[in-house]
Design a protein around this ligand. Structure first.
Ligand SMILES: [Zn+2]
Length: 107
């Protein structure tokens, strides 16, 4: 389980975000909420978009070269956050994406 720190990247770095760890764009989650979110994202990607799952043999570089358009990766994340906990994190996810794009902190 990769839980980098309390500040959650709604747009994970392995899907192309370059927002530094701990940046104020990110959202501070409790350890429990953070771990639960990462577990749910992993399970959801495994079921729906296994080619976007980060893991052995599937690094961020491999995933972003396979899905070269950041919009495609963000759209998959949008689908995840739309259903996770009834969309409770969707607005925060979209706000982070907007700030990330405005600052050019992605690839
Ligand atoms: Zn996180």
């Amino acid at each position: 389980m990769l839980v980098h720190n309390a500040y959650h990247h709604y747009w994970p770095r392995w899907l192309g975000s370059d927002v530094p760890h701990g940046n104020k764009i990110l959202t501070d989650l409790s350890d429990n909420d953070h771990t639960a979110l990462h577990t749910a994202l992993r399970q959801w990607l495994q079921a729906n978009h296994p080619a976007m799952m980060h893991g052995p043999g599937n690094s961020g570089a491999v995933i972003t070269s396979r899905f070269p358009y950041w919009q495609d990766r963000v759209a998959v994340l949008d689908d995840f956050y739309a259903q996770y906990q009834g969309g409770a994190h969707l607005d925060a996810f979209r706000a982070e994406v907007l700030e990330t794009v405005l600052r050019g902190l992605f690839h």
